[in-house]
Design a protein around this ligand. Structure first.
Ligand SMILES: Nc1ncnc2c1ncn2[C@@H]1O[C@H](COP(=O)(O)OP(=O)(O)O)[C@@H](O)[C@H]1O
Ligand SMILES: [Mg+2]
Length: 420
């Protein structure tokens, strides 16, 4: 036994991605995990997974036992994935369909529970099957290097390989908050999404907890959904629909005295109480108020992570997923700023200063359609940058570590922009 109490072959004691994912998914100590071996005596096998391509370089856990489910796990929604992943999955998917993956090459992870113990008490997939009331029999999971900001996402399938849902698993304070926020946003959007210009969203199927795990399960997207190309045009009308949720435009009000500014002020103070750089955020919020306090803007909801890789098309409809950062009461235009900023920082690996220039340009180009004249565009840009730093801090504070691309560069840029 190791220090964590697991047998040596138990992947939960590994420091890598396989260790992290298996700890998140099989949190109950009564569950026995063995790679390439038999379960302990007195245990009943509950599931078997291929560890692909190897234990040391694990990228996927694929369900074994039904070749068409294994194949489906590789092929379902491949069109939504980046090209490199797509190619690997396509090749493996063809092999899986003819049963090759069941017969050889990959190490097998066996999941077993003590005989007589109810698997719905100990195993997430069994719990979700009961909760969904659907024929959920198998699950697959991608594996990435450990990251305190990432959530393992289980793809759930029925016995015929039909996708039944996506379960995101929050396992630390940062990811629990994100999963819970996404469930709340999707619940609130149930009567709104997909009509009158509002993007479609995956439907929330269930929200639950298991031990200290927070889990949200969403319905599979329609199979014909295609993700937007990286350079897809921005859609200001969709952003207005997201901001307003079918309500008439909110009356514009000054930044000074707004609940939004009060929230930023309070969060910056909390940041200052926890990290030395928080004092810079306090100064940035004060500078925002000085510089833009009299400017009036419309406040509304935002998606919170509006980028081409969280958007797709189904037929003529726009589809938006990943609502973890969604919330009410931000200046309309935040999603436009976020889109431009992240296309630059993530999509083109641009430094923060260049991303800010592209944000300014996007606001100048599309801001008019959101009711933003130049003074309002500046408010949106400056306030968004502070909001983004505060998000970066919240994630760090909840155990996710600092995003090195954004911290401290964002604070430097904000100080230059606002004189804060
Ligand atoms: N409901 C769904 N149906 C099909 N695929 C999904 C669904 N939800 C998520 N995915 C896939 O999983 C990926 C990650 O999900 P996402 O919600 O963007 O979480 P995050 O980016 O925070 O990990 C998506 O880009 C998409 O490929
Ligand atoms: Mg995403």
């Amino acid at each position: 036994m190791t220090a964590t109490g697991h047998a040596p072959a138990d992947p939960r004691s590994r420091p890598d991605g396989l260790g992290w994912v298996s700890r998140a998914l099989f949190a109950d100590e009564r569950v026995a995990l063995t790679v390439g071996g038999e379960p302990p005596p007195g245990y009943a096998v509950a599931a078997r997974y291929a560890v692909v391509p190897s234990v040391d370089r694990a990228r996927f856990l694929l369900p074994l036992g039904a070749p068409r489910v294994t194949a489906a796990a590789l092929l379902a929604y491949n069109a939504l994935r980046p090209a490199a992943t797509r190619a690997t999955r396509a090749v493996l998917g063809v092999a899986a369909r003819v049963g090759v993956l069941d017969r050889v090459p990959f190490p097998v992870l066996t999941v077993a529970v003590p005989a007589g113990l109810d698997p719905t008490e100990t195993l997430l997939v069994d719990r979700l099957a009961t909760l969904l009331g659907a024929d959920v029999r198998y699950a697959a999971c991608g594996i990435r290097p450990p990251d305190p900001n990432h959530k393992p996402t289980l793809q759930l399938f029925d016995g015929a390989g039909r996708p039944r849902g996506y379960a995101k698993v929050g396992w630390n304070p940062a990811t629990r908050t994100l999963v819970t926020a996404e469930a709340a946003a999707l619940r609130a959007l149930a009567g709104v999404a997909g009509s009158a210009g509002h993007p479609r969203t995956p439907r929330l199927l269930a929200q639950t907890t298991m031990g200290d795990r927070a889990i949200a399960v969403v319905a599979p997207l329609p199979a014909a959904t295609r993700r937007l190309p990286a350079g897809a045009a921005t859609d200001p009308a969709a952003l207005l629909a997201v901001a307003r949720r079918h309500r008439p435009p909110a009356a514009s009000r000054p930044l000074a005295g707004s609940p939004f500014l009060a929230r930023l002020t309070a969060q910056a103070r909390r940041a200052a109480a926890t990290v030395p750089d928080g004092a810079r955020a306090v100064r940035a919020v004060a500078a925002l108020a000085r510089r833009h306090g009299d400017v009036t803007v419309e406040f509304g909801y935002w998606h919170g992570d509006w980028v081409p890789w969280n958007l797709g098309r189904h037929g003529g409809d726009l589809v938006a997923w990943d609502w973890e950062h969604s919330g009410p009461d931000v200046p309309v235009g935040f999603d436009l700023a976020h889109d431009a900023f992240h296309r630059a920082v993530v999509g083109s690996a641009a430094p923060v200063a260049a991303a800010v220039s592209r944000t300014t340009a996007a606001l100048a180009r599309h801001g008019g359609q959101l009711g933003l004249d130049p003074a309002r565009q500046r408010l949106v840009r400056d306030a968004y940058l502070v909001e983004l730093w505060l998000r970066t801090w919240r994630l760090a504070d909840a155990g996710a570590g600092w995003n090195p691309r954004l911290h401290p560069a964002l604070l430097d840029v904000v100080a230059q922009q606002t004189g804060g």
